[in-house]
Every structure is written in structure tokens, then in C-alpha cells.
Ligand binder design. Structure first.
Ligand code: LER
Ligand code: MN
Length: 291
């Protein structure tokens, strides 16, 4: 198995991120789905300089991005946004694109369940076709109920993927599974060969090894189903706003108001470079003892 990491959890120059991942022994990056923020030829040069692969990317479902919006124009713009993400992955030599269909933190439906489902199929189909033409594999991710009402469990993600076709897979995320699945290990077994990516954070969304997950069992089950590509870290450190404050919020610096809200909506905030560095190190050090 190889090790990758998301980068939406700390806003910083991309070279800082890539250099850190290289220094701490990662193999790849699952780069934020923010294609307009990156100059892909510069990112490609940096990946080469630091000998890191682009594993893929994933949708960042900020307000205004929603494949199951009631507004046709929002659905169409979201398809275009995700196609731009796919192009970015292709230009960076990556392999996968993880789709989360609806706007993050929209917790109520805007149409009948059948209608939202139909919009979801339509959107995922357009992205999957576009990705297939470029040799990129797509998968649907399930998120917990506090981020979405739409797809919360592996069986729902698999059902949506199946509606489009067997070439569409599923991305599982250990943190979301811990909240929503009856049995996270069984969820991995059920997804089986359709698993395209595995997001790693402990039960409390801290780096793996900093919570109560049985990571040995998780890795054994992934191996059982034949998953041998990337473990993609996506820990989201909490900040402590009480007088106990061990994990203080750093100054908001360069972060846009939208991104700051996105981080805060995920129970986090602006994490200091020192703390982030330490967590990125802890996660891989722990996982490497198990694989
Ligand atoms: C995306 O992979 C994810 O897990 C979400 O929590 C981000 O909104
Ligand atoms: Mn995830």
C-alpha cells in the first residue's frame, strides 16, 4: 500500500505541502478540487522536484457547487467544475477523482428523493463519461449526516455508482464510516473490488493512531478485498477554544472567508504549521507500523 494525503485541511503554498509530504515519506497527494487555484505545470514541476505522485483529486463542495441542486444552472456549473477537476488530475498524471455530489453542509433535501436521485445519476454520469475519455477512474464518497443528507453510507454510494455503470466506484472514508455504518469492516467487504480510494482519519478525525479505531483490522480487511493502492490521510484536527486550549487556532492569515467557514464547519480552523507538521508525521509513522 502507498500513502497519500489531502491538502484542503491547511491552506498554504502548494510547495510547502508537497515538500512536507516528501520529507515525511508520503508517496502521493490527493490534491484539492480547486483547479483554478493551481497552475498545473508549476504543480507538475514541484511533484517531479519532490518525487511525489498525484494520486488524484476530490470535489470540494463549497456553496454553489451541487449536482443535486434544484437550480439547473447550478447543476450544470457543478458538472463543469468537476470536469475541470478531472482535467487537472489528467494533467498531473493522476488516476482517480472522488465525487461527493451535494453541497457540503446542506442537510435538507430540495426536491423529492426520487428527483434528487435522478439529478445525482445524471451528474455523476456526465463526469464519469468525461473522466473515462481521459483514463481517470471516478468514485462516489459517502459523508456523515452532519455534512449531507444525500449519501451517508457505502450501500447508498454503491447504488448511485451502479446506476451509472460498473466503471464507477466508491471511495470510503474511515471517519464518516465510524458515524454511519453498522459495521465499517463489513462496509469495506461489501464495496470490495469497487473501492477506488480509502480516506484515513481516526474515529475523532485526528490522525490514525490518535483515536480508538482498530487500524490493524482495517488494513487487514482492505488487503482481504484486494485494495492495495493509496491510504489517503484526511485528518481534520479540532481546535480547542476553551481555557484548556492545547490546540489553539492560529491566525487566519491568507485563508479566504469561504475556506475559513468550510474549515470551521468541519470542526476545525486554521492550524499552525508546527501542529500540522506533527500530525502529518504521526499519521504516516503509525500506519507504517501496520503495513
Ligand atoms: C471529503 O473527502 C470529505 O471527507 C469531507 O468531509 C469534506 O467535506
Ligand atoms: Mn473523505
Amino acid at each position: 500500500m502507498k500513502f497519500a494525503m489531502h491538502n484542503w485541511m491547511r491552506q498554504e503554498p502548494i510547495e510547502t505541502t508537497i515538500e512536507r509530504l516528501h520529507r515525511l515519506g508520503y508517496d502521493g497527494i490527493e490534491i484539492s478540487g480547486e483547479p483554478t487555484q493551481y497552475d498545473t505545470s508549476q504543480v507538475a514541476r514541484l511533484l517531479e522536484k519532490y518525487q511525489l505522485a498525484c494520486w488524484g483529486s476530490h470535489s470540494i463542495m463549497m456553496p454553489g457547487r451541487d449536482l443535486v441542486s434544484e437550480e439547473a444552472s447550478v447543476r450544470a456549473e457543478t458538472v463543469k467544475y468537476m470536469q475541470a477537476c478531472v482535467r487537472m488530475v489528467h494533467e498531473l498524471g493522476g488516476s482517480i477523482f472522488v465525487i461527493f455530489p451535494s453541497e457540503c453542509n446542506r442537510l435538507a433535501r430540495v426536491a423529492s428523493p426520487d428527483q434528487e436521485w435522478a439529478w445525482g445519476i445524471e451528474g455523476v454520469r456526465q463526469i464519469a463519461e468525461y473522466a473515462a475519455e481521459r483514463g481517470i477512474c471516478v468514485g462516489v464518497e459517502a459523508l456523515n449526516r452532519f455534512e449531507t443528507h444525500f449519501i451517508n453510507r457505502h450501500d447508498q454510494a454503491l447504488a448511485l455508482a451502479d446506476e451509472v455503470g460498473p466503471e464507477v466506484g466508491v471511495a470510503l472514508d474511515a471517519f464518516h464510516m465510524n458515524i454511519e455504518e453498522v459495521d465499517p469492516l463489513q462496509a469495506i467487504r461489501n464495496v470490495g473490488s469497487r473501492l477506488i480510494d480509502f480516506h484515513v482519519a481516526d474515529n475523532n478525525r485526528r490522525p490514525p493512531g490518535q483515536g480508538s479505531y482498530d487500524w490493524k483490522a482495517v488494513i487487514r480487511t482492505l488487503t482481504e478485498v484486494g485494495y492495495d493502492s493509496y491510504l489517503t490521510q484526511e485528518f481534520v484536527n479540532p481546535v480547542d477554544r476553551t481555557p484548556l486550549g492545547v490546540r489553539k487556532e492560529a491566525g487566519s492569515g491568507e485563508v479566504s472567508a469561504d475556506m475559513l467557514k468550510f474549515l470551521q464547519d468541519h470542526g476545525s480552523g486554521v492550524i499552525s504549521a508546527e501542529e500540522y507538521d506533527e500530525s502529518v508525521r504521526q499519521g504516516i509513522t503509525y500506519l507504517k507500523t501496520l503495513v
